[in-house]
Design a protein around this ligand. Structure first.
Ligand code: PHE
Length: 366
């Protein structure tokens, strides 16, 4: 009995003095562990007579309870102290400047594509896509350019050496117009889409790169006429350039897939060495810049795309995204767009937080 009392006191003292969780665990093993003296003492109760047991049990039980309670309390205290210590050690000085991190920016082409999507979404256009590796049926034939059509030669096409399983030539699409065909075949009419993306032509100088960007537009419905096309382009350019004095010139032209066809020019002037849209291209100090082609979708194209031209009609346009980006943001060499020069990107790039929205301004600068 006195043995148990003194051993319990010694154990409680050791627990109280423990300075680490390891030391505490050693003390637990020595007392309540399988081979600890408290556990062994409890085991002896089984071999006792009922009288002996009644006499011996309370002391052992209370020793066990006291030690278990002390162990729990000390463990909680040590853990709390360890947390305190860790928190003190890991304080962060919020007044320090942020460490220098590599900074990325949104390329002007991506920014302009987002701006386009935002403006056209507001006019009820959905965004459609198609493959950059096309077959010649979608890129040419279905757009009313059969194998012998001279316009094919003007496209400076990159061909792949292999053909498709059906024997069609495989190429890098030379314009976004094949997406018109794919969208009409997939969705039928009425339809209202834009298709921004990369296109490829074997051509290179200050204003031409072998890869560049276009946005295709297509509207098919029952009563669409050239007036809708003109209104749509004018409304788009006013929203895109964020000014009302945009003058467009629609020039008669020829594309196999539109009839009639018109080329779209915009008036601009040179201000402080920078081209700025606005004003009439024929006015003194002003000029016209060609931005793309457009027209009423040729009936043959509607037929290729599975639509009945006596029921459906519409317009299509294709604009050079890089050109309108240059005009809006004042770059003068197209090649710099694709050099990946960090200094150029730092200067002309956009903050990823600068999402174009119609309410906040589609082209707000970071
Ligand atoms: N696909 C033509 C081009 O790349 C542009 C265009 C698109 C013209 C749609 C008319 C209609 O030159």
């Amino acid at each position: 009995m006195t043995d148990i009392t003194s051993r319990t006191e010694a154990a409680l003292a050791a627990i109280g003095a423990a300075t680490s969780l390891d030391a505490l665990e050693a003390e637990r093993l020595e007392t309540l562990g399988k081979k600890g003296w408290v556990s062994l003492a409890l085991k002896t109760l089984g071999g006792m007579s009922p009288e002996e047991r009644t006499a011996a049990a309370p002391a052992i039980q209370s020793a066990r309870a006291a030690i278990a309670e002390a162990l729990d309390a000390k463990k909680a205290a040590l853990e709390a102290a360890a947390l305190e210590e860790q928190l003190a050690r890991e304080t962060v000085d919020l007044t320090l400047p942020a460490p220098a991190a590599p900074k990325g920016s949104v390329h002007p082409v991506s920014q302009v594509m987002d701006e386009l999507a935002e403006i056209f979404a507001d006019l009820g256009f959905a965004v459609a896509t198609g493959p950059e590796i096309e077959d010649d049926w979608h890129n040419f034939t279905a757009l009313n350019m059969d194998e012998t059509h001279p316009a094919r030669a003007m496209h400076d096409t990159f061909y792949f050496p292999d053909k498709t399983a059906e024997g069609k030539d495989v190429l890098l699409r030379t314009h976004t117009s094949p997406v018109q065909i794919r969208a009409m075949l997939a969705e039928g009419a009425p339809i209202r889409i834009i298709a921004p993306g990369r296109v490829y032509r074997s051509d290179s100088d200050a204003t031409h790169t072998p890869m560049f960007h276009q946005v295709e537009g297509l509207v098919i419905d029952r009563d669409i006429h050239l007036g809708h096309l003109k209104w749509t382009l004018e409304t788009f350019f006013k929203a895109f350039f964020e000014r009302e004095d945009i003058t467009l010139r629609l020039r008669p032209s020829y594309f196999p897939f539109t009839e009639p066809s018109v080329e779209v020019d915009v008036g601009y002037s040179n201000e402080g060495g920078r081209r700025v849209v606005g004003g009439h291209g024929d006015a003194p100090g002003h000029a016209w810049m060609e931005l793309g082609g457009s027209g009423m979708v040729n009936a043959r194209v509607l037929e290729f795309a599975g639509l009945d031209p006596t029921e459906w009609q519409g317009f299509a346009f294709g604009l050079g995204i890089d050109r309108i980006a240059m005009l809006k943001y004042g770059m003068n060499d197209l090649r710099a767009f694709f050099d990946g020069d960090g200094r150029w990107l730092a200067h002309y790039g956009f903050s990823p937080f600068d999402q174009p929205t119609l309410s906040a301004g589609v082209g707000a600068r970071a």
